[in-house]
Design a binder for this molecule. Structure first.
Ligand SMILES: Nc1nc2c(ncn2[C@@H]2O[C@H](COP(=O)(O)OP(=O)(O)OP(=O)(O)O)[C@@H](O)[C@H]2O)c(=O)[nH]1
Length: 509
């Protein structure tokens, strides 16, 4: 034997009989079950872009995709996915795409969608399942459920967790402190990752990419990281990883087995999908957006404010604390983070308190969408979002909470005016408390028969035109905003004022 060869402690052909039988049983079971990959990642990282890539790539699989959609507005993005892929007919929420793949958009109940998929008449006419979580979701509960639900487990096998990371924004996302007892979701998503797709290479400097990789490894040192643009990843790296094929020898942090924890996770999942996943600590966020009236052009042709500074700070470590009521899922994430702490040895950064991230959900701020048109201003000069009143955030928004606001109108919008409205909303932030993480919208644009899609991630946004509206399809504009310190009345008032000047009067929902 060459000196450099590492001797094997156990010869490969010496596997004891029992173990071999067990291994064969496992393999047999895997053959008869359908692999499931969970695609997670923070808001706007590129999860849906990855799903679209998978749905259109030449892999020969018939893939069923369960897409997450925000709160009340199921359908904004899936409407585009379906139109791009060709719609063949809907069945119980499931839509068959022309390439043999299927997709279904749900608000939060992934497991119910999974069951409905597995129970479809005609059997399992697909050989792979993808589940895309909400950008604010902790992927732990769904991973846990796939492991612990006996009924499901006999029909599917968890193949892996793919976490998509926005290379431009990961720094601020990871270092946003949360209220005591709540784990930052971006950190959890990394803690559970088997593979990280470090996306948006075209927008990030090499230095930022290296920093991002170091931060990712500080949380999850064993994860594989692949750099991508437009989430275009070699599918061999993310599908059929068999990451969980040897039970009891997980490459993930250990996952809870108790039913009650799965239920707690379900609650958390629903809460997240409803758009009010967590509360955050005061003063959170390192995002900086200088006030500017000049739009710059991002490399992709997107609009962004010229004064935006991304990836401005680098924290050197995370401080894990475990608490008495720690769920094992939270503890698992904490363990991953704590391991990073140990290796980093301290330093200044956000406080992380992972002890009870899955305990009682905070009050849903989504209810804030109940703000009424009565608060709408009457003059065009008030289209702008008002600054925060003296003394900080108004009382109807709890400080630092993440929430969702939905906007809607029936009449077509003027595209240029709409963009000006978005410019203002995202860029003119001086003295306003709102921090908008994400916007998505399906637009009905005046003078166009095509659907338009608004996509915004922090300050960067684009509006792209897509397929034509189908005959009989209700043309309307729907927008969702997710962010922190959102003041529904101010946002709704701004929207109402924008609509007031659109032809056909205004309509506010
Ligand atoms: N420039 C650039 N834009 C990208 C890249 N990947 C995705 N995007 C854009 O980023 C925006 C968000 O992408 P999505 O795939 O919708 O992100 P997501 O993670 O599904 O977002 P949520 O569902 O809101 O959490 C879209 O406008 C994409 O076109 C990339 O590599 N480069």
């Amino acid at each position: 034997m060459d000196d450099e060869d590492i001797p094997l402690a156990v010869e490969l052909n010496e596997t004891p009989g029992d173990e071999r039988e067990q291994g064969e049983d496992d393999k047999q079971q895997e053959k008869t079950t359908v692999p499931v990959t969970i695609v997670t990642g923070f808001l706007g990282a590129g999860k849906t872009t990855l799903v679209k890539h998978i749905l259109t790539a030449d892999h020969g699989y018939r893939i069923a995709v369960i897409l997450n959609e925000y709160g009340e507005d199921v359908g904004i993005e899936s409407s585009f996915v379906q139109s791009e892929q060709g719609l063949q007919g809907a069945d119980g929420g499931w839509v068959e795409l022309t390439n043999g793949c299927m997709c279904c958009a749900v608000k939060s109940d992934f497991l119910q969608a999974l069951e409905s998929l597995l129970d479809r008449p005609g059997g399992r006419a697909f050989d792979y399942i993808l589940i895309e979580t909400s950008g604010l979701a902790n992927p732990g509960p769904i991973a846990t459920a796939l492991w612990t639900d006996a009924e499901l487990e006999s029909r599917v096998n968890l193949d892996g967790v793919v976490t998509v990371v926005d290379a431009v924004n990961i720094d601020r996302q990871l270092h946003e402190p949360r209220q005591q007892g709540v784990v930052n979701e971006a950190q959890l998503q990394l803690a559970y990752a088997d593979i990280v797709v470090l996306n948006k290479l075209d927008l990030a400097e090499e230095e930022a990419l290296v920093r991002a990789e170091a931060d990712i490894r500080a949380i999850n040192s064993s994860v594989t990281i692949v750099r991508t643009q437009r989430s275009t990843v070699d599918l061999g790296l993310i599908l059929n990883r068999n990451g969980y094929s040897h039970k009891g020898d997980l490459c993930l942090p250990p996952i809870a087995e108790a039913d009650d924890e799965a239920e707690a996770g379900e609650a958390a999942q629903g809460r997240n999908a409803a758009g009010a996943a967590s509360t955050t600590g005061a003063g959170a966020g390192t995002a900086t957006s200088e006030r500017t009236s000049t739009a710059g052009e991002a490399p992709s042709g997107r609009r962004r404010s010229t004064g935006v500074s991304c990836c401005s700070s680098r924290a050197h470590s995370f401080h894990g604390k475990s608490g008495p009521a720690a769920s094992s899922i939270a503890a698992a994430a904490a363990a991953a983070v704590a391991a990073a702490n140990a290796s980093n040895g301290g330093g200044e950064s956000a406080e992380l308190t992972p002890s009870d991230s899955l305990t009682a959900a905070p009050p849903l701020v989504a209810a804030a969408v109940a703000a009424t048109a009565a608060s709408a201003p009457s003059s065009a000069s008030q289209v702008m979002l008002a600054p925060a009143p003296e003394g900080g955030v108004p009382d109807h928004v709890h400080d630092s909470q993440v929430s969702t606001i939905s906007l809607h109108c029936e009449q077509p919008v003027d595209l240029d005016r709409f963009k000006s409205w978005v410019d203002h909303l995202l860029w003119d932030r001086e003295s306003r408390p709102e921090e908008i993480y994400r916007m998505k919208g399906l637009l009905s644009v005046a003078g166009s028969d095509k659907k338009h899609m608004l996509q915004a991630v922090y300050e960067l946004y684009e509006v792209v035109s897509g397929p034509e509206w189908q005959p009989g399809e209700a043309r309307a504009t729907r927008i969702v905003l997710i962010g922190r310190n959102l003041r529904p009345s101010a946002v709704k008032a701004s929207w109402a004022s924008f609509l007031e000047h659109e032809e056909g009067g205004k309509e506010l929902h």
